[in-house]
Design a protein around this ligand. Structure first.
Ligand code: IPE
Ligand code: IPE
Ligand code: MG
Length: 225
């Protein structure tokens, strides 16, 4: 049975979920945000230590201003109203991506929750916000250059935003597309990839459980025999 240390999810399909019901896209984002709690609790029950959720990509700034603004207000609401879930379940809050692109209120909400939860060890939940792998790699290389460190695998691993979480074991994308959209490309070098047509707001612990079961029985070879 494979260990599952790092689960990463591309939460896609919110807009289509809303459109299918005749709602505005934002309603899909709202319903999508509600799925996160159940998934995090599942991870705790399964002893999955790291969960990374693709929440807002470096390319998502290209969406209409009104949608970007809605998403930012939804992050704020999430951080304010879900704080108790982190505290009660001993979940460490993390982010990957360059958060300084956001306004001060959002940055402070993120930093506050990080500070309050920094000693928790049950689960690290990392939201990928203003995240793109290409940007992460450039920042990591610049960091190494400024510290006069060699560019090698070990140093890159420790300069990436995911340094404390390790490589991705299982990567799931909901919403039916078969692409990685600039998400954790280095960290997923040997990840097992699962794509489901389920739109993110409809994704359930039951479906996740089935995927994890399949994942555990795959022969992972890492280039060996
Ligand atoms: C994913 O859902 C959430 C974000 C990218 C913020 P989408 O908004 O991409 O939903 P679809 O793919 O348009 O249905
Ligand atoms: C990927 O979804 C980003 C997030 C889920 C946050 P997108 O909907 O932005 O990806 P593309 O544009 O279909 O590749
Ligand atoms: Mg999408």
């Amino acid at each position: 049975m494979n260990e599952l240390n790092h689960l990463a999810i591309i939460m896609d399909g919110n807009g289509r979920w809303a459109k299918n019901r005749g709602f505005l896209r934002n309603v899909g984002h709202q319903n999508g945000a509600n799925v996160v709690e159940d998934i995090a609790k599942f991870c705790i029950n399964e002893s999955i230590k790291n969960l990374t959720l693709y929440t807002f990509s470096t390319e998502n700034w290209n969406r209409p201003k009104s949608e970007v603004e809605f998403l930012i207000s939804l992050f704020k609401k999430f951080l304010k109203t879900k704080e108790s879930i982190f505290l009660e379940n001993e979940i460490k809050f993390q982010t990957i991506g360059d958060i300084l692109a956001f306004d001060d209120e959002l940055v402070n909400l993120m930093l506050n929750l990080k500070e309050k939860t920094k000693d928790f060890t049950k689960l690290t939940l990392a939201l990928a916000v203003n995240y793109g792998f290409k940007d992460e790699l450039v920042r990591a290389c610049n960091k190494l250059i400024s510290e006069q460190k060699q560019i090698n695998e070990e140093n890159i691993n420790s300069a990436l935003d995911t340094a404390s979480m390790g490589d991705v074991d299982l990567l799931i994308r909901t919403g039916g597309e078969h692409r990685l959209s600039n998400f954790l490309l280095w960290q997923s070098s040997y990840a097992e990839l699962f794509f489901t047509d389920t739109l993110w707001p409809d994704f359930t612990v039951c479906e996740l459980e089935k995927i994890v079961k399949k994942y555990k029985n795959i022969t992972r070879k890492f280039g060996g025999l």
